[in-house]
Design a protein around this ligand. Sequence first.
Ligand SMILES: Cc1ncc(C[n+]2csc(CCOP(=O)(O)OP(=O)(O)O)c2C)c(N)n1
Ligand SMILES: [Mg+2]
Length: 380
Amino acid sequence: MAENQKQNGNSKRGPRRRPPFQMRINTKYAPRKVADGQALSCITGSSLTDEQMLELYRYLKLTRLVEERIVNLYRQTKVVGGVYRSLGQEATAVGSAYALRPDDFITPIIRDLGACFVKGIRPREIFAQYMAKAWGPSGGKDLNVHFGYMEKGFIGPISHLGDMIPVMTGILLGARLQKKDIVGLAYIGDGGASTGAFYEGMNFAAVQKLPLIVIAEHNQYAYSTPTTMQTAVRNLAEKSAAFGIPGYIVDGNDVIACYEVTKRAIDHARHGHGAVLIEAKTYRRKGHAEHDDQRYVPEGEIEWWEKHNDPVDRFETFLLHQKVATKEKLDEITAAVQREIDEDSEWAESSPMPEAEGAVYGVFDNSIVPPAFRPEVLPK
Ligand SMILES: Cc1ncc(C[n+]2csc(CCOP(=O)(O)OP(=O)(O)O)c2C)c(N)n1
Ligand SMILES: [Mg+2]
């Protein structure tokens, strides 16, 4: 009997169980608590140079101030479509995209304007896109946030929920077949991380060991639904266990931590070790879009984040305390950003609306599929 028990792996204390699955989630860059009366800063010991840090600062300010200008244009009814802000979570997009190589790919979602700037989009192109002008990236043909720029390595979102994860997975599979060593960075919201497409895409990327890095922006709401009402996990990084890939938790309002964790993930992915899921803990200070009055948000919550955990304030505190820059230098950068925005929004406002004929171009390959309106609007 005793022998039998031994053979079956049983002991006197009952059957020996396999140890529970150990989830390995790296929390090295996890959010820190706000200490009484002490302003939050950013992590120290970064590999970034002072010059690069000031560039990051410029991107943060550019994102915030371009969005403010877009709201301004929206209130003047010059914007076609909705306006979706990344207020309070700019550091996630900027810090993560900054770790990429120019030939790497991204798929941004509505809170990732900062990543588009890092990839080389200019404010004038964004203003033109929001006003549906001919000189915007989609030539006025698609909704303001649904635009791409293949030459600059970014894929326009077809949906803001999970669908871009399998799309990026496919791109990376294609790149592997072409023997390119690029990585793909896909952004997803907490709501989007509960969709079927997210799971299918992640699973396929994981099993194929594709160099996919997914940044799950845990900004605590999906439209009006708090995260706790649409997923049972406390940390979105825990979902990495479903795919057998590493998961990281990062302070999404610390631009340096976002850069460092993404850089690590990129090294891992580019060296053939496969996909990585990074959860960025952050907070959406504006509604889903400008039309959303946020009446579902508990009183005082937004104000708390604004006062204690603003990514731009935190980075300013860091730059000043670490003596990377003086207040005058930061003001100089902000003034230059403001000048660029004034110039670019003027350029976009005075640019033309698209010609009606343009609607039939850039949709299908017109050399193969003749435009439906050819006889009427196009020269024969
Ligand atoms: C299939 C589908 N359903 C609904 C929408 C509308 N929609 C766009 S974003 C969004 C909420 C997304 O929330 P989350 O993923 O948390 O991202 P966040 O907006 O917070 O960045 C919804 C419902 C959509 N784009 N596609
Ligand atoms: Mg969300």
